[in-house]
Design a protein. Structure first.
Length: 327
């Protein structure tokens, strides 16, 4: 193959990369939303948008790891884990008087334990991930309601804890700069530069092949569900610092958004393939779209329909671009 052909192929590969497509889509959607609402580009709105994105981004990151692990991996319980972890954090901070920071650490540990329940049933007992996590979605959500009887908890506005969710550093929301960004940087590094990342892709591609090279498939998959639970609980910590209240319905519906972001970001639903950097760009797409439609006072049902149409259109267009790049 000639040098010119190689260069042309390289350009086509870059154009066909889903991440390039998503980056362009973010710019286009931002322009459209600024036309729909004059408030979209206001600094206060952009800050609020990224604050929300920090929460759903943590859930999407955990979801991406579970899906990458293959064998139909999915975690429908992340929204309920966020709700229950946040409520337990509220019980510790308000009812028991524990420091919000210590309560936050306890909530993250609890999230990992809740995730381990999924991990045991999926990785150790071989139960279907869809059924297992659907069951814990209802179970954890119900527990959050029972603990509060549908009410709210507080106790977070002390010891500087509110700064985590309501302050900014150099104009960037603190939870984005100190929580979301480090988590994505660490995750992308782990995926691309560590033995864990290599094992993750091997397991996601083929259980049998991974087992033949000495990888403990069940152990790795168990850890992925623990990681997903811990990240969902970290999302609860950020939410409580932002709103200064713990609500039993805080994570309702977030599991579907997390799955959408992971898949739109290029994570293969069958596992083993995908880039976490693409998930970060997909997060920007979904947040810009959802937030912009809210500012434009579009109804929730219409928002859901528009989001579905955009995602289907994005998938079709990206698939067309990828085929041309491969041609």
């Amino acid at each position: 193959m000639t040098t010119g052909a190689l260069a042309g192929r390289s350009i086509r590969d870059r154009v066909g990369d889903r991440r390039v497509f998503l980056a362009v889509l973010v710019v286009v959607l931002g322009a459209v939303m600024s036309l729909l609402s004059p408030y979209f580009l206001q600094v206060s709105n952009l800050l609020a948008m990224t604050q929300y994105g920090a929460v759903i981004g943590l859930l999407a990151l955990g979801q991406a790891f579970v899906i990458l692990g293959g064998r139909g991996g999915i975690d429908l319980s992340v929204g309920s884990v966020l709700s229950l972890s946040g409520i337990v954090m509220g019980v510790l901070a308000q009812n028991l008087g524990l420091s919000p920071w210590l309560a936050a650490a306890a909530a993250v540990v609890l999230g990992a334990l809740l995730g381990s329940v999924n991990g045991v049933m999926v990785a150790r007992l071989g139960l279907p991930p869809l059924i297992v996590t659907l069951s814990t979605l209802f179970l954890y959500g119900a527990l959050a309601q029972v603990l509060t009887e549908g009410g709210q908890l507080g106790g977070f506005d002390r010891e500087g804890f509110a700064a985590l969710g309501q302050s900014a550093i150099l104009g960037v929301p603190t939870q984005v700069l100190l929580v979301l960004a480090p988590m994505f940087v660490l995750a992308i590094w782990a995926q691309n530069r560590t033995a864990f990342g290599r094992r993750l892709h091997q397991v996601g591609t083929s259980d049998r092949a991974a087992g033949l090279v000495g990888i403990d498939v069940n152990r790795l998959r168990f850890r992925l569900y623990c990681l997903s639970g811990a990240l969902a609980a970290l999302g609860a910590v950020v939410t409580n610092a932002w709103l200064l209240t713990a609500r039993p319905s805080a994570g309702t519906g977030m599991e579907l958004q997390a799955i959408t972001i992971a898949v739109l970001g290029g994570i293969d639903i069958f596992g083993g393939r995908g880039h976490l950097s693409g998930v970060l760009l997909a997060l920007a797409v979904v947040v810009v779209l959802s937030w912009g439609l809210q500012l434009a006072q579009v109804g929730n049902s219409v928002q859901t329909g528009i989001l579905g149409l955009v995602l289907v259109g994005a998938a079709l267009l990206n698939n067309l671009i990828s085929r041309k790049a491969a041609g």
